[in-house]
Design a protein around this ligand. Structure first.
Ligand SMILES: Nc1ncnc2c1ncn2[C@@H]1O[C@H](COP(=O)(O)OP(=O)(O)O)[C@@H](O)[C@H]1O
Ligand SMILES: [Mg+2]
Length: 509
């Protein structure tokens, strides 16, 4: 017998100023299936899910639940219908505990009294049943991203939601956490839940999804059975052309030392120990050095120290023979350092500025963009248009789009474009392809290799093992604030790299 549909979104159209985010899209979710939603950045996936969750009202189209038309005017309506959503950017209250976040809005009461013990029992039972390890009493601001996500999932389960939407849940997770999440999703499916799973990662779709629907530029392309569809076929549906999964590069020809890091120590904000402990390495012109490691082993703080966001507790940084240990962020930038930051909202963009103003954030004072104290608006626009075209940055209104309204992947592409186009001596790229689809990853990887081949030094910080193996010429593994090994990507294996990353192996000192 055919599985019945839990949810049907029929002929949905949703417009934003200047763009049709969803153009007549139909998506049918069967009961008890994991249904992947695949599409490039800006394809309209989050918009479609926000329509289902009641955050947006579509101009056209209807939604059916169990074959009956329903009206979803807001998230409360969605919740009543058993629909829950884990958002791309979590929506937890930082200063509340895990437990309070889970029960918020549906606190159990007896008369006027809160029955928190009952709630706690239910949360603990759910977390054991589905392998969702959380500490109910921890404050959200103190827990890892992985635990925040598990809290969001528990929030849906506590509300007994049957339709679970995951909007790019793996973008923020470590490889280990991703494996755990896949197991959790399989467990939820076994309990009869129906899951909509948004991801760019074809491996993840192959690993857990039953069917996959593909969107491209706001349009519905098709729905396929995952087991009988290859990764190549999926990616072709997504980007409309064949995609190359291999990074083409010649052996590196390292030249002079560009970055010399000596005994760098950076204090931690989260705890008493130093986050980076006496780290030394060099990065030469014409090579890509990658810092690999599990999230939270000091990589972020090392980059803060190198870029001037945080002062060093000890050590020295020399850039092309000049000591820049105490130089300001701007001085480092004008001396030839580009930085693709990990946190694109905090350090990458001014969200309330337009896209074009963001493109010249560190350069507006250069003669190309300013004359006698006045910004040359035409020059700035032309420059932004060039980068938008070259890097395929998609947005509703081009250069004048507010950065805030752009999709995460297109924000990322804008930052990468700006930082690489500065033509730096040293490019520090932290998770440069996070959240991007295969087509965009292919382009950015080729640009990073082109930087190297133009004789620039590249320091890549990445949590993606595939990216580390494909791009780097040398790998430095960070564990608990120290560099515990240097590996050659041509001779090492992912397994060996994993042992260093987990602290199970280190080079004798
Ligand atoms: N609130 C909004 N206002 C204006 N434009 C938006 C808004 N949300 C999304 N968009 C635009 O709609 C398109 C689809 O975005 P989105 O659904 O976030 O894509 P995806 O999740 O597939 O990356 C993008 O071009 C994006 O810039
Ligand atoms: Mg999205």
């Amino acid at each position: 017998m055919e599985q019945p549909y839990a949810i049907e979104m029929l002929n949905i159209t949703k417009r934003f100023p200047g763009i049709i985010a969803n153009d007549n899209i139909t998506l049918q979710l069967k009961k008890g299936e994991i249904h992947a939603l695949l599409g490039e950045n800006g394809a309209g996936k989050s918009t479609l899910m926000s329509v289902l969750f009641g955050l947006y009202q579509p101009e056209e189209g209807i939604i059916k639940k169990d074959g009956r038309e329903v009206s979803i005017k807001n998230p409360n309506d969605a919740n009543e219908l058993g629909i829950g959503m884990v958002h791309q950017h979590f929506k937890l209250v930082d200063v509340f505990t895990v437990l309070d976040n889970i029960i918020m809005g549906v606190e159990p009461t007896k008369g006027p009294f809160l029955q928190k013990d009952d709630a706690r029992k239910k949360v603990v039972a759910l977390s054991e049943k589905y392998g969702l390890m959380v500490d109910p009493d921890a404050l959200v601001e103190n827990i890892t991203v992985g635990m925040q996500q598990r809290t969001e999932i528990l929030k849906m389960l506590y509300r007994e939601n049957e339709i679970l939407i995951f909007d790019e849940p793996t973008a923020v997770l470590t490889p280990q956490e991703i494996d755990e999440l896949m197991d959790i999703m399989r467990g939820l499916r076994a309990e009869g839940k129906s899951i909509l799973f948004i991801t760019h990662k074809l491996n993840e779709i192959k690993a857990v999804a039953d069917r996959c629907s593909v969107l491209r530029k706001g349009k519905y392309i098709g729905t396929v059975d995952v087991a009988s569809t290859s990764k190549e076929e999926l990616s072709k549906m997504m980007v409309g052309r064949d995609v190359d999964f291999v990074v083409h590069k010649e052996p590196a020809k390292p030249g002079d030392v560009v970055l010399d890091v000596e005994g760098v120590t950076v204090a931690s904000k989260a705890h008493k120990n130093n986050a980076v402990k006496d780290v030394s390495f060099q990065c030469r012109a014409g090579e890509i050095v990658c810092i690999a490691g599990i999230d939270g082993n000091g990589q972020s703080e090392l980059v803060y120290g190198l870029t001037g966001i945080e002062p060093l507790a000890a050590g020295k940084i020399v850039l092309k023979g000049h000591d820049v240990t105490h130089a300001s962020i701007r001085k480092r930038s004008t001396s030839g350092v580009s930085h693709i930051p990990e946190d694109r909202h905090k350090y990458g963009l001014v969200l309330d500025y337009s896209l074009e103003d963001n493109m010249v954030l560190q350069r507006y004072f250069e003669p190309e963009f300013v004359q006698a104290g006045f910004l040359k608006r035409k020059a700035i626009r032309a420059y932004a248009e060039k980068l938008i075209e070259q890097y395929d940055v998609r947005s509703g209104q081009g250069p004048i789009t507010a950065a805030r309204s752009m999709s995460g992947g297109n924000q990322q592409k804008a930052i990468v474009a700006r930082e690489i186009d500065k033509n730096p001596e040293l490019l520090i790229a932290v998770q440069p392809t996070r959240g991007l689809d295969v087509g965009a990853i292919e382009y950015i990887h080729s640009q990073i290799v082109a930087q190297r081949d133009a004789g620039k030094a590249v320091l890549l910080v990445s949590l993606e093992l595939d990216e580390v193996m494909a791009l780097s010429d040398r790998i430095l593994v960070m564990y608990e604030g120290e560099i515990v090994g240097e590996l050659d990507p041509k001779t090492t294996t992912v397994q060996e790299l994993g042992l260093y990353m987990a602290g199970a192996k280190r080079e004798g000192k």
